[in-house]
Ligand binder design. Sequence first.
Ligand SMILES: NC(=O)c1ccc[n+]([C@@H]2O[C@H](COP(=O)([O-])OP(=O)(O)OC[C@H]3O[C@@H](n4cnc5c(N)ncnc54)[C@H](O)[C@@H]3O)[C@@H](O)[C@H]2O)c1
Length: 376
Amino acid sequence: MGEMISSLTGGEANYAIIGCGVEGRGMGWYHALQLLNGEIPRARLSDVVEPFFLGAGKDLPPGKAFAEMAAKWKAKGVQFHASVDSGSLFSGATSGTKIALIAGRTCDNPGFFRQAIKAGATHILLEKPGAPTVGELEAMAREARAAKVPVYMGFIKNISGYVEGALAAANGAAGAEAVETKLVSRNDYTEATLEECFERNAEGMLKNMAIHEIALACQFWGMRADNITDVICNAKGGKDSPGCDMRTLGGKTDFASVDVTLVNSSGTKVRISADRCSGDGCCATVTDTSNGVVLYSQEMVGGERAKKVAAEAAAHPNWFSYLYTQAEEYAKLKGVCAAHALAGTTPPGVATIEIACEALKLAEWLTPELQKKLKK
Ligand SMILES: NC(=O)c1ccc[n+]([C@@H]2O[C@H](COP(=O)([O-])OP(=O)(O)OC[C@H]3O[C@@H](n4cnc5c(N)ncnc54)[C@H](O)[C@@H]3O)[C@@H](O)[C@H]2O)c1
């Protein structure tokens, strides 16, 4: 009945957040907040699954804070679960469109993905990178195809205006071989918080932070692990030229920054610059390298939007800054996915799980390549 009503009226999509995390830190928590605040057209927050803070971590201080928040959200009609297979996921869904937004730790997400399909999710929005390895992600893609469950990836930059502009500029430029697109990503960790960042993002810089730019390079610039003909490590220089900095912290070796130019067999050049300790934000620049002329340059956040972000930063000094910096894209992604899930159509620009597999392949190939180059 819900199905019939939703198809007649357009209806609304139900979102279950799987792996919520705590206020100001969890990606899932921020997605949930936007839904709860009514910021996403034609979508509602039906369920939250929080395995750790409602489970083994419930007596820790963040677990207690989570319980307080859950009590408030339950009063607004959200159902809470300690596991995906609680047996009651989506039991309060208001239509047949049930989207599981999976935002647990990357190592846990393949398990949540399978459980979500079994629990009746009709669509999945999977946070990047999706799984720790290519093998696991490819298996998940096969299982979703067999279950006829479309998978949308949480690569927000793929639907962002600054990337659309860069792509148009790069495609419009004559003499593709002279054109370089530079994709910059900055995070605001510090020397003091870098070790915690290495530990929490255990899949490593290329499969975690820089996977956004790698996914862009795969989806829009035709980069693949098996067509790269050159990898150039760029020297440390001025702004957004952090060089490649590999370190071992707390026993874990990872990159504090990478700055590499990838060249593929068609001559396409994409420079990926990701720095964990250089503020917050991202931008794209397209340059004609034959004469140094900048054809396009755009930050994700600028102008009026920057003022809004600054106000959010002042209001929430303890939140991870990327939550409010990228708020527009997080909202847009959930809105576009809800609308297309309801219509049974494919959301344009949104990365597929097949693109995510290609991105992860490239990251898996590039990580040892870079380590080798840097050890020389
Ligand atoms: N699209 C983006 O811009 C973006 C940004 C940040 C994170 N992400 C992705 O979102 C996902 C979640 O990232 P996050 O930073 O919110 O993760 P997080 O570590 O803050 O929380 C994820 C989950 O981990 C579990 N957890 C926390 N501490 C635990 C512990 N000690 N033991 C066992 N479980 C524990 C909790 O259940 C929590 O819900 C990841 O896949 C990440 O790559 C995406």
